[in-house]
Design a protein around this ligand. Structure first.
Ligand code: ZN
Length: 320
C-alpha cells in the first residue's frame, strides 16, 4: 500500500507517493495558486489523483492522504485553522478533498510533519520521543512524544522558535520580543555575520562573501576556518544562542533525540554539533544521569515534510 503526502509551501505544492517503508517513489509539483478555499480543496485532490494515475497506482492501493500546512490544524475535525502565507481561515480541507476523492485525509502542521518523517526514519526504531528543530528564516520545531505529534489543545503547540531567551530583546513577528528565532535562526546568523563584517573592514568575512548581500549561513564558518577572529566570535555566540534554546527543550521534555535541520545544520560537526552538545549538557538538569538527549543532524532534508505528511494516517508509524 501507498500513502500520499502533500507539502503546502510558501510558493509551491509538492506531493509524493510514499511506500510502506516511508520512502518517496514519485513526486509532483505545482505552483501554489489560491483563489478560494473551494478551489484550493479541489487543486489538492486533483494533484493527489493525478500523482496516483501518472504512476499507475490504482486508487484502492492508496490508504490515506496527508497534508502539511504552514500553520495550526485540527486534524480531528479536518480543519486548517490558519496559514501564514495563504488567506485560509478555518478551512474544512478534509471534507473539501473528499468531495473529489473519498479517502481518509489527515492534516498536520508542516514542522510537525517534518518531525514525524525524521522520527520514522531515525536509526533506532525503539525511540518514543524526538524534537526536530529546523533553522531557517525562523526556527520551526516539531515535537514527537510517545510516538505521536504533540499538537496541544488547539493545534498550536510546538512553536519553540518563540520561547523568549532575551527579555525585551529583538522584536519578533509573533508580537513578543527576544524570541529564540530572532537569535538562532539562519536569518539571525546572517544578520549577526553582516554586523560583524560591517564593524571590521579587515575581517576575512569580506574575502569570503565579497559584500554583505552575499552573506549566507556558511560565511561565518568559512571565515572562521581562515583564522578570522570576528567570524569566530559570531560562530561562538551563535552556538551559545542555539544551546540556550535547546537546553530549555531538554529541561522540559528530556527527549531521546533532538534533530537539527535546515542549511546551517550542515556545518562541520566540530563547528556546530559537538560544541552544541557540550554546551547543552553543561546547562541541563540531570547532567549526572547516565542517559542524555542525543543531538543529531536531521537527515531527510526537504523530503521530510512530504514523508511526514504521508505518515499522518499510519497509526503508530514505523518500519520494524
Ligand atoms: Zn516570536
Amino acid at each position: 500500500m501507498y500513502s500520499i503526502g502533500i507539502d503546502i509551501g510558501g510558493t509551491n505544492l509538492k506531493a509524493g507517493l510514499v511506500d510502506e517503508n516511508g520512502l518517496i517513489t514519485a513526486t509532483k509539483k505545482a505552483p501554489l495558486r489560491f483563489e478560494s478555499m473551494e478551489q484550493m480543496g479541489e487543486t489538492l485532490a486533483r494533484m493527489a489523483i493525478e500523482l496516483a494515475e501518472e504512476n499507475r497506482i490504482p486508487r484502492d492501493r492508496v490508504s490515506s492522504v496527508g497534508m502539511g500546512f504552514p500553520g495550526p490544524v485540527d486534524d480531528r475535525r479536518g480543519v486548517v485553522i490558519k496559514t501564514t502565507n495563504i488567506p485560509i481561515r478555518f478551512m474544512p480541507v478534509a471534507e473539501m478533498f473528499r468531495r473529489h476523492w473519498d479517502i481518509p485525509v489527515h492534516l498536520g502542521n508542516d514542522a510537525d510533519c517534518a518531525a514525524l518523517g525524521e522520527y520514522f526514519h531515525y536509526e533506532d526504531k525503539d525511540i518514543e520521543s524526538l524534537i526536530l528543530v529546523t533553522l531557517g528564516t525562523g526556527i520551526g520545531t516539531g515535537i514527537i512524544l510517545n510516538g505521536r505529534i504533540h499538537t496541544g489543545v488547539n493545534g498550536c503547540a510546538g512553536e519553540g522558535g518563540h520561547i523568549v531567551i532575551v527579555h525585551n530583546g529583538e522584536p519578533c513577528n509573533c508580537g513578543r520580543r527576544g524570541c529564540w528565532e530572532r537569535y538562532a535562526s539562519a536569518t539571525a546568523l546572517i544578520s549577526q555575520t553582516v554586523s560583524a563584517m560591517e564593524a571590521d573592514r579587515s575581517s576575512a568575512l569580506w574575502e569570503v562573501a565579497g559584500s554583505p548581500e552575499n552573506v549566507d549561513g556558511r560565511t561565518a564558518f568559512e571565515a572562521m576556518h581562515r583564522g578570522d577572529a570576528a567570524a569566530k566570535r559570531v560562530v561562538d555566540q551563535y552556538v551559545e544562542y542555539l544551546a540556550d534554546g535547546l537546553a530549555s527543550f531538554v529541561n522540559i521534555f528530556q527527549p531521546e533525540v533532538i534533530a537539527l535541520g535546515g542549511g546551517v545544520s550542515n556545518a562541520r560537526d566540530e563547528d556546530l554539533l559537538l560544541p552544541l552538545q557540550s554546551l547543552v549538557l553543561d546547562q541541563v538538569f540531570g547532567k549526572e544521569a547516565d542517559v542524555h538527549t542525543k543531538i543529531v543532524k536531521a537527515k531527510l532534508g526537504n523530503d521530510a515534510g512530504i514523508i511526514g505528511a504521508a505518515l499522518l494516517g499510519r497509526s503508530r508509524r514505523r518500519v520494524d
